[in-house]
Design a protein around this ligand. Structure first.
Ligand code: ADP
Ligand code: MG
Length: 269
């Protein structure tokens, strides 16, 4: 049985950082992990591999879109702690549809039977737009995990994602595992939101300078801890999230708030 997790959230909120470190935490717990970047930004796995790996779209273009000419080793790259890495990539800027690329990536990996050999598969997906394509990973996921901060925009995106989970849960066994608060020590707006739309909060990670630096270094916090043991406390946040997921939490099928309701709820006037 493969545990499949889809991480969603607003652009720039910390999905890829969080995903890479959760993937590593799961690998440290002895799991065989595949991380699939589904953001046209295609840097999801950067801190795992230390470079921008060729995307599925790059590879397809090279082979004139002959899907049958693509092998797992063409698109799956080995990252830190043995985590396997894939990047969907995106269409040229201003042309094509990013969501379509995500849908095709998922289909291709299924056809390659790449899904069956992992204990955990983690999708890292942009959550500003949850169109059909960007929602495609939810068709395969056991859990959705939402990264947010304590601000209006990220919670607004979170609510859109919650609505998509609710929709997919009609026909799939998908559950929302909950929220991860990131780059924030305050949680008043997060708490207001979960009062209206009940869901678990798995962890709250503050702004940590070394997490910002990890992006520049192209290393996970676990790799950085090898040379700086004082960073172990940061790894513990991610290990805590990984352990909660491995315990197969009940999760929720969220009821989403209406847009106007959310504006009132999260405003201070
Ligand atoms: P996303 O994948 O959601 O677009 P990223 O994971 O690329 O976002 O994160 C954006 C930037 O924020 C990166 O430079 C990353 O290092 C930084 N970052 C993420 N989480 C934290 C945090 N808790 N503290 C400090 N910086 C963070
Ligand atoms: Mg990202």
């Amino acid at each position: 049985m493969t545990l499949t997790i889809a991480v969603y959230g607003k652009g720039g909120i910390g999905k890829s950082t969080t995903s890479c470190n959760i993937s590593t935490a799961l690998a440290k717990r002895g799991k065989k992990v595949l991380q699939i970047g589904c953001d046209p930004k295609h840097d999801s796995t950067f801190t795992l591999t230390g470079f921008l790996i060729p995307t599925i779209i790059d590879t397809l273009q090279e082979r004139d879109f002959h899907y049958e000419d693509i092998w797992p080793e063409d698109v799956i790259y080995k990252g830190y702690a043995g985590v396997d890495c894939v990047e969907a990539g995106g269409p040229p800027a201003g042309a094509g549809c990013g969501g379509y690329v995500v849908g095709e990536t998922v289909k291709l990996l299924k056809e390659l039977n790449a899904f069956d050999e992992y204990d955990v598969i983690l999708f890292d997906v942009l959550g500003d737009v949850v169109c059909g394509g960007f929602a495609a990973p939810l068709n395969y996921a056991d859990y959705c995990l939402i990264v947010t901060d304590n601000g209006f925009d990220a919670l607004f995106a979170a609510n859109r994602i919650a609505a998509s989970v609710r929709e997919k849960a009609r026909t799939h066994t998908l559950r929302l595992a909950g929220l991860i608060g990131n780059r924030t020590s305050k949680r008043d707006l997060i708490d207001k939101y979960i009062e209206a739309v009940p869901m678990p909060v798995l962890e709250i990670l503050p702004l940590i300078e070394d997490i910002r630096v990890s992006r520049v270094k192209g290393k996970t916090l676990f790799e950085m801890t090898e040379t700086d043991p004082s960073l172990e406390y940061v790894c513990n946040y991610y290990l805590n999230i990984a352990d909660q997921l491995l315990a197969l939490p009940e999760g929720v099928i969220p009821n989403d708030a209406q847009d106007r309701e959310l504006f009132t709820l999260l405003s201070d006037f």
